[in-house]
Design a protein around this ligand. Structure first.
Ligand SMILES: Nc1ncnc2c1ncn2[C@@H]1O[C@H](COP(=O)(O)OP(=O)(O)OP(=O)(O)O)[C@@H](O)[C@H]1O
Ligand SMILES: [Mg+2]
Length: 281
């Protein structure tokens, strides 16, 4: 059975203590929402879990294997994959090439013909067959998010972390992302969804984790977490009663709005490196 064990995780950036002893575990094909205010440490937690940055303390085990000192490609092999808040694709490669890269990086004895037919079915699922030979940089922001999901589908990890998958995504593509989540979870995989879009989070999640300035202040069923005074105080405010809107900004925004609002759809304040692989949405 899938088991992710996160124990007493600490991360500091200089004097800034961003993760302050985060502990939780994922057991089996759970569908978990991870929420919290801007700067709470959600993306940093994801970066530690996927091996992009090393923690200052604590451990992470995936299916019994310690992964907190591994490189991202090694973590991917053990079975954890993620998408990025600001999409990271090979912008000057085609859609199809972007799908091949993770399969090649994984190595093993997969035949090229298998990889090709898998990529074809992934593109079909994403309704992106017609874009197969387009450069990634030519895609819309939402299509780029789908392509990141496609890369995950090529690898089929046991645990998937989606960092703001709905931000700035057209409603039609949003449906595909929902379908992706249902399908992958239905296949027995665990999914952690980070989002400020409360409609989506509350309708999808079976369990909610709430991070507040590096502390995990709640972990439980959404209905309980929604009523938790500490969570209301730290993040949800009074709008939680309607379980709608974008809690990070306090503005009421619907998941059906064509684009995300500035706080969830824009460039995050800190960890967006404007490098070559960072695509504008
Ligand atoms: N590489 C870094 N160097 C220094 N500080 C960083 C770095 N990455 C993140 N931080 C800081 O760590 C804190 C947590 O940031 P993080 O991006 O993890 O928050 P978040 O919960 O994902 O927020 P958001 O909802 O806005 O995406 C912030 O204060 C941020 O400025
Ligand atoms: Mg973030």
């Amino acid at each position: 059975m899938i088991r992710l064990e996160v124990r007493d995780l600490h991360k500091r950036f200089g004097g800034l203590h961003v993760l302050k002893g985060v502990t939780f575990s994922v057991n089996g094909p759970e569908l978990i929402g991870l929420i919290g205010p801007n700067g709470a440490g959600k993306t940093t937690l994801t970066n530690v879990l996927d091996g992009a940055i090393k923690p200052n303390g604590g451990t992470v085990y995936l299916n019994g294997e310690r992964i907190d000192q591994l490189q991202p490609y090694e973590v991917a092999r053990v079975g954890l994959g993620r998408t990025f808040q600001v999409t990271r694709l090979f912008r000057r490669m085609t859609v199809l090439e972007n799908l091949y890269v993770p399969a090649l990086a994984r190595g093993g004895h997969h035949r090229a013909s298998e990889t090709r037919s898998k990529a074809t079915s992934v593109l079909e699922f994403l309704t992106m067959e017609h874009l197969r030979n387009e450069y990634a940089q030519a895609l819309s922001g939402g299509q780029q998010k789908l392509l990141e999901l496609g890369r995950l589908l090529m690898l089929d990890p046991d645990v998937v972390i989606l960092d703001e998958p709905f931000a700035g995504v057209h409603p039609r593509l949003m449906e595909i992302i929902y379908e992706y989540i249902r399908r992958v979870n239905g296949d027995g995989k665990a999914i952690i969804i980070i989002s400020h879009q409360m409609d989506s989070i509350f309708s999808l999640s079976q369990r909610l984790l709430v991070l507040d300035y590096g502390n995990l202040i709640a972990d439980g069923p959404p209905d309980e977490v929604k009523r938790d005074p500490a969570v209301i105080e730290a993040y949800l405010g009074t709008e939680a009663d309607e379980s709608s809107g974008d809690a990070s900004s306090g503005a009421v925004s619907s998941d059906n709005a064509p684009v995300g609002n500035a706080s969830s759809g824009g460039v995050p304040p800190s960890n967006a490196s404007p490098d070559e692989e960072t695509a504008a949405s």
